[in-house]
Write a protein that binds this ligand. Sequence first.
Ligand SMILES: [Zn+2]
Ligand SMILES: [Zn+2]
Length: 81
Amino acid sequence: MGMSSEITTTNHCWKIPVGMPGSHREMCAGCCRPIEDRFLMRVVDLSWHEQCLQCCVCQMPLTGSCFVRDRKLYCRIDYDK
Ligand SMILES: [Zn+2]
Ligand SMILES: [Zn+2]
């Protein structure tokens, strides 16, 4: 995994419930702490706290849609730059 440098262009974030039977504890890719909320944000193959899902440039919260490039999250504006 992680071999490709291809750009992922669209939003790939899902809000999913935490603690489904048989699931292990998810770690947040943003703050590297366990996710103990009721929901987590799944983006590509990474999990995030809802409040950690923010643009890596301007720190705007990314609710609804997010843009991923090189495993970093961007808002629409910074992604288009
Ligand atoms: Zn977090
Ligand atoms: Zn931004």
